[in-house]
Design a protein around this ligand. Structure first.
Ligand SMILES: Nc1ncnc2c1ncn2[C@@H]1O[C@H](COP(=O)(O)OP(=O)(O)O)[C@@H](O)[C@H]1O
Ligand SMILES: [Mg+2]
Length: 326
């Protein structure tokens, strides 16, 4: 407001002095005087605005959680205020995200340590008992050794899965996509698990397509994902069948692994793809599970541009499905 008053005054007073005195010099001096006052006021105003900006930025630096309403600037520079508020919001979102990551990391580390401890303690226990005399007791010595071996296998599975998951999550998993025959591929997987299924008296089948289907995928990774699903299906099924099926759609092929096993309670369905989440921890450990299988499957399926879905009824069975490009 002030600078405007000075500009008007500069004109008024110089014209007035020109009419009164008739001297151009005096009128020019008066004009100059008001011009300087205007300039001085403009500079002061600019300084005040800069100070407001500095203060707003400083407030965010000192306390990023400062309420947004406190970040107020002169109405003349409203667009800048809006930008600062947006930046403030973004910073807070980033901080929230980093905190969440940190929490996930700590939780993961806690889980890993716990999971490692379980088999290590068990092995330690069996070995100590053997050393303390059980080695000479033919009734238990072989049993304890077998138990220790079982836990070494668990430890081995866990370390392999941990290496996989860390490789996948750090983005080091290189995918190598190729076309290959789907029917041949799945029939191969079935033959690998035939013995295991027979031992449990389960029917294991592949229901493919009549015509050959070429799918476009990373063969090794897809095998790892399907192996995990088939292994789960076999582990969590006591009677009935496990089926891999392939449905040929126009641009993709849908792969499903179904079983007639224990099923998954609906409350757990959303969480089973989380690292270390298991419906029944003891049962999972008993069958050599690490709790990382489905997390790995999810990553692999997503790397193929698809999404894994699951349908399950407790006591009736489960179906895991996803699709791959053709
Ligand atoms: N086919 C299935 N039938 C019933 N429960 C399943 C099946 N697949 C996975 N689950 C449940 O999801 C959990 C997580 O699976 P996964 O990540 O493969 O870990 P795990 O090593 O325990 O098998 C399992 O512990 C189990 O409770
Ligand atoms: Mg598993």
């Amino acid at each position: 407001m002030k600078p405007l008053v000075f500009v008007v005054s500069a004109f008024l007073f110089s014209i007035l002095s020109l009419t009164l005195t008739g001297s151009v010099t005096i009128s020019f001096i008066i004009f100059l005087f008001f011009a300087f006052l205007t300039l001085f006021e403009l500079l002061k105003l600019r300084r005040a605005e800069i100070n407001e900006i500095i203060s707003a930025v400083r407030q965010i630096r000192i306390d990023p959680a400062i309420p947004e309403e406190k970040l107020k600037l002169n109405p003349d520079i409203k667009p800048l205020e809006d930008e600062i508020r947006l930046m403030h919001k973004r910073i807070n979102e980033d901080i929230g995200y980093l905190r969440k990551l940190e929490k996930v990391r700590t939780e993961f580390l806690g889980n890993v340590s716990h999971e490692l401890k379980t088999p290590i303690f068990a092995i330690q226990g069996y070995v100590e008992t053997l050393i303390n005399g059980a080695i000479n007791d033919p009734k238990v010595n072989k049993y304890f050794l077998e138990k220790a071996l079982h836990h070494t296998n668990n430890l081995n599975n866990l370390v392999s899965d941990l290496i996989d998951i860390s490789m996948i999550e750090s983005g080091e998993m290189r995918m190598s996509f190729r076309y290959f025959d789907a029917n041949e591929f799945f029939a191969g997987i079935i033959s690998e698990y035939k013995n295991f299924a027979e031992e449990k008296n389960l029917k294991l089948e592949y229901r493919g397509t009549e015509k050959a289907v070429q799918i476009f995928a990373d063969k090794a990774r897809l095998k790892q994902a399907v192996n995990n699903l088939v292994m789960n299906a076999l582990k969590y099924t006591e009677k009935g069948e496990v089926v891999i099926s392939l449905v040929d759609n126009r641009k993709s092929a849908q792969i499903s692994v179904s079983d007639t096993g224990v099923g998954i309670p609906s409350a757990d369905l959303e969480r089973i793809f989380e690292r270390f989440y298991r419906v029944d921890k003891d049962r999972s450990r008993e069958v050599g599970g690490t709790g990382l299988g489905l997390a790995i499957v999810k990553h692999i399926v997503e790397a193929h541009g698809s999404k894994i879905t699951v349908r399950s009824m407790q006591g009736e069975g489960s179906v895991f499905s996803f699709s791959v490009k053709k």
